[in-house]
Design a protein around this ligand. Structure first.
Ligand SMILES: *Cc1c(COP(=O)(O)O)cnc(C)c1O
Length: 597
């Protein structure tokens, strides 16, 4: 994937948009989504509309035109007071606009009449932030004149606080706007349908006010995209702060001094730089700079420190982070960084589209079919490494009871060691690894097959044997095709010692797993909790060079043909181990009682 890039997670944006919509809707406030922070990217605009938002707003006509041309179906609001030179285009390309100058509204009226259109107007009121808005004392006078114009329709009033002077949209400010709405309606005997109280900065007012008064609309950008409340910079509960992530590449990594050597003049931007003496440090240079993004708005995911930036470079103190030249470093973004990064033609926009459950399953099943074909052709050069019983180890493990009598939980030596390291990592988190099944003989595999087939037969009495076999084979391999016969496959789950239960993986009730499509590891239909727990399990094994099965989140392969195909290896180094071989080689019985669940 190219760098620098910005990863855009559409599902997280949808989550935030829906969360905020339903929150504000609970007291009768509709939200308009403001797209200027993401350069009106049509993919993002479309998913905002899909999330139920009816009106999209932008400060620039070119952005609104872009969304229109891309076929985005919404009502479009221009939120920056129109330039008088653009009024014809405002009438042609937008449905409504925020306004604060009568001369501009008169021009809008003229062009609306010319093009036989009705352009909707929301009049902005100045309530102290000193950006756009008509002073309350002059409002009635202006509105009287607007009402006499043809081609324009007074749809509502609004205000914008916080952005320029940081003035808080308090209950007092909102009450003033409500009172103004009431008095205008009364004086002119009209109904204002939109009373737009502000932007993302209205979040705290909304949460604390007992009475929202006449406010029935807010225009939100930052809080939808970044999940922050802008006045305090605090995350909004239950929203994502990482729907956008910026990633750049390390191009130099060296131990150098933390202070420069030589006489200090002005830097590339005419500032006199200051340095903190931290002795020798690991300095990394990233291939991204202020020409691409507002660096002050970046927060690194790793424990590293941004020391400064030039046009094309960000210099970081890598501290203890394990970095190499060529590695990627990721950041979350504040609003200023988001706006600039989205605007930079040097930054690749990587849009992660949500995939439907049906498409996901179809893609995965196709992948799995191909995988099986490749696995059948894979060469095996067995390294003849021995099997060892996990029950003989002193790792902190829980064993799931097996249908096979005297089951010994055997794995290859290398896997034995990997499981040891994984179990240690879990010890530190108050969790334990559950070993469900590892090496299986043909007889054992056959037992599983027969058991599942008879269960399915009972569940679907009308199905033919062939249909039952087809169903069973989706999750249980025929006896000679299971990678479990190599000693290189591990079925595992995780037990939470604090909550005293098996973690929720989305299709399990404790150890009982319901075999269905939701067992596919990244199925989009599972809960956030299950997704998190699967990620934890998969990461533990993947960091030990295992691969997760395509269809079973609990099954991991290493060294065998399944692994070799996924990892593009020339050959697998674990082949099938048969029962007779095991009997002659395996080790004594355990001298302690293993812990079963
Ligand atoms: C930018 C803007 C908004 C959106 O502000 P956020 O802080 O991103 O929610 C709303 N109204 C107007 C007039 C704006 O210019």
């Amino acid at each position: 994937m190219p760098t620098p890039r910005i990863d855009i997670n559409l599902s997280k944006i949808v989550h935030n948009a829906k969360g905020l919509s339903s929150l504000f809707r609970s007291k009768g406030i509709d939200i308009i989504a403001v797209t200027k922070g993401v350069c009106a990217d049509p993919h993002i605009a479309n998913i905002l509309v899909k999330s139920g938002i009816k009106i999209l707003a932008d400060s620039r006509i070119s952005n609104i035109r872009k969304m229109r041309l891309a076929g985005v179906k919404a009502t479009f609001l221009l939120i920056r007071t129109p330039m008088i030179s653009q009024t014809e285009s405002v009438v042609l390309d937008t449905d409504m606009s925020l306004n604060s100058e009568l001369s501009v509204i008169k021009k809008l009226s003229e062009f609306a009449i010319l093009h036989s259109k009705i352009h909707k107007i929301i009049v902005m009121v100045e309530l102290g932030d000193l950006r756009e808005g008509i002073l309350p004392s002059q409002l009635e006078n202006t509105i009287e004149k607007i009402l006499s114009l043809r081609g324009v329709e007074l749809t509502g009033i609004g205000t914008n606080l916080a952005c320029f002077s940081g003035v808080k949209p308090t209950a007092e400010k909102m009450d003033i706007l409500s009172a103004i709405a009431n008095s205008i309606e009364k004086k002119f005997n009209i109904k204002l349908s939109i009373i737009s109280g502000g932007n993302s900065a209205n979040y705290n007012w909304f949460n604390t006010t007992k009475d929202i008064g006449r406010i029935n609309n807010l225009r939100l950008g930052e809080s939808i995209f970044l999940g922050y409340e802008p006045l305090t910079g605090r995350p909004i509960p239950k929203l994502y702060q990482d729907a956008f992530m910026l990633t750049a590449e390390v191009i130099e990594l060296k131990n150098k001094s933390s202070v420069p050597d030589g006489e200090i003049g002005l830097d590339a931007f005419g500032n006199k730089p200051k340095f903190k003496d931290q002795g020798m440090i690991r300095r990394a240079i990233l291939a991204i700079g202020v020409q691409d993004v507002m660096v002050a708005g970046l927060t690194p995911k790793l424990d590293i420190e941004i020391l400064g930036a030039g046009g094309d470079h960000i210099i970081i103190n890598a501290k203890k982070a394990e970095l190499n030249v060529g590695d990627e470093v990721s950041f979350t973004l504040k609003y200023g960084a988001l706006v600039t990064a989205m605007n930079s033609s040097y930054i690749f926009k990587n849009i992660k589209t949500p995939i439907s459950a049906r498409d996901y399953c179809a893609v995965l099943e196709e992948k799995d079919r191909l995988h099986k074909k490749k696995a059948a052709m894979m060469t095996i050069k067995d390294d003849l490494s021995p099997l060892m019983s996990l029950q003989d180890s002193d790792f902190n493990l829980i064993f799931e009871k097996s249908i096979q009598k005297n089951y010994r939980y055997l794995v290859r030596k290398e896997i034995y060691e990997k499981i040891g390291r994984i179990s240690k990592l879990l010890d530190n988190q108050g969790k334990k690894l559950i070993i469900r099944s590892v090496w299986r003989s043909f007889e054992h595999q056959q037992k599983l097959w027969v058991q599942k087939a008879s269960f399915m037969k009972k569940k679907h009495p009308k199905k033919t044997t062939e249909e039952i076999n087809e169903l069973v084979s989706r999750f249980i391999a025929p006896k000679k095709q299971s990678t479990h016969s190599t000693g290189g496959a591990v079925d595992a789950l995780i037990y939470d010692l604090r909550k005293k239960c098996v973690l929720d993986f989305g299709t399990n009730d404790g150890l009982k797993i319901d075999l269905n499509e939701k067992c596919y590891p990244k199925h989009p239909g599972i809960s956030e909790e299950a997704r998190k727990n699967r990620k934890l399990l998969m990461k533990l094994f993947e960091n030990e060079d295992f691969v997760c099965d395509h269809k079973e989140y609990w099954h991991f392969d290493y060294g065998n043909i399944g692994w070799a195909v996924e990892k593009n290896k020339k050959y697998a180094h674990y082949g099938i181990i048969e029962e007779s071989y095991v009997q002659s080689t395996v080790l004594q019985y355990p001298d302690k009682t293993p812990f079963y669940l």
